[in-house]
Design a binder for this molecule. Sequence first.
Ligand SMILES: N[C@@H](CCC(=O)N[C@@H](CS)C(=O)NCC(=O)O)C(=O)O
Length: 215
Amino acid sequence: MQFSERNRPMSLVFHYAPYSTACATHWVLEELGMPYDKVKLDLKARDQDRADFRAINPNGKVPVLVHDGTPIFESAAIAIYLGEQFGVAKKVWPEAGPRRAEALKWVVWTNASLAASLMTYLQVADTDHAPAAQRNPVAAAAAKKDVEQLLGVLDKNLAGKTWLLGEQFTLADAHLASFVSWGDMVGFKTAQYPNIAGWLARATARPGCAESMKP
Ligand SMILES: N[C@@H](CCC(=O)N[C@@H](CS)C(=O)NCC(=O)O)C(=O)O
């Protein structure tokens, strides 16, 4: 681990693996513009099974963020926590109230609906992600339909808006855009959803996105 700043009053340590769910957290951290330390795991080498890592995430998955000794796992929980702790002051997270509810809604939707359906699809579809014995065309078609229906919902929500919540970019945009980019990469082409395509182009042009894609 490398400390980028000495003697700072609090610490944020980000445990990640390149090209994983941790990219969403990485992007959110970059948007906050705060110093943090990175600890890279090699998932192929099973670093996630090491006892010191299991102690901060018994699920053995990245990302994990440790804030002043408190470990937080699940990327949606991390985005919400960072928003509440630091994002309001930095104007990238709404204050408590109805706009906060909008942000929460989309961050939770990202993981509980979109990412869950994408994962189901990848586990059964005829792609490199699923072993041949696990592939199931009927289940894959159903999961594909679910993902497309969800992208349709998002596209409708983005009509006439610059960002998810309106004119102001929030951490919810970074979190969701990271997963939508992943969906695009695995075959759910966003070009066919005009509002998503415009929003995703604006989001991925932000420097935080490029940083989150670095190994
Ligand atoms: N729901 C979790 C998913 C985390 C996740 O699945 N991480 C994967 C990388 S994309 C992982 O660490 N896998 C290692 C393993 O399962 O052994 C989140 O959003 O944080």
